[in-house]
Design a protein around this ligand. Structure first.
Ligand code: GLN
Length: 198
């Protein structure tokens, strides 16, 4: 089984740990940079991106996270996690980890309807996925090599950029494990292709 970490500084950590287990991989809560070395993939959970960024800096994890990305290992960001991955966050001069070729806009689904659930069709994954949006960001534009996997209301809400998967909503808050299964398969393929090259 592949080992997938969940960045455990803030946010919906436990829910992702359960989802990873249900999707057939080993889940590890990551609180220190050294733990990244033993992982095949990493989930960045939803929460509050500004708070998570402060904690990443406080625990000296920014360079290790960028190194993890540079090694080609898969990373999956949900909601605030997507904001951490994006190369460009609207209204911000510099990104956070800044590795996924997308521009994101925070809190873009309006303040009045802070939270809602909607069934979505996800390319390569399936139909009727119960997508839970909580003060969600959306992907404003994507780079040439980014595959758009879902849109809602004319906005991109799920996309894949090679090793990076980014999602506006919260798959970990539903019983539907199809997106996590998809990510686990990305991680398995990455491990297999590395083995084949050795
Ligand atoms: N609005 C939050 C942010 O900007 C994200 C919300 C979430 O992760 N549910 O970080």
């Amino acid at each position: 089984m592949v080992k997938i970490g969940v960045l455990g500084l803030q946010g919906a950590v436990r829910e992702h740990v359960q989802a990873i287990g249900a999707a057939g991989a080993v889940a590890i809560i990551v609180k220190h940079a050294e733990q990244l070395k033993e992982l095949d993939g990493l989930v960045l959970p939803g929460g509050e991106s500004t708070t998570m960024r402060k904690l990443i800096d406080r625990y000296d994890m920014m360079e290790p996270l960028r190194h993890f990305a540079a090694e080609g290992k898969p990373m999956f960001g949900t909601c605030a996690g997507l904001i951490l991955l994006a190369q460009n966050v609207m209204g911000q001069q510099t990104p956070h980890i800044g590795v996924m070729d997308v521009v994101v806009k925070r809190n873009s689904f309006g303040r009045q309807v802070d939270s809602f659930e909607i069934p979505l069709t996800l390319k390569n994954i399936g139909e009727n996925f119960p997508a839970v949006f909580i003060r969600a960001p959306h992907i404003v534009s994507v780079g040439a090599n980014v595959e758009v996997l879902a849109e809602y209301d004319g906005r991109v809400v799920l996309a894949k950029d090679g090793q990076f998967l980014g999602c506006s909503f919260h798959p970990e808050l539903t019983e539907d494990q199809r997106i996590m299964v998809y990510f686990v398969q990305m991680v398995e393929q990455c491990v297999l292709s590395k083995l084949a090259k050795q």
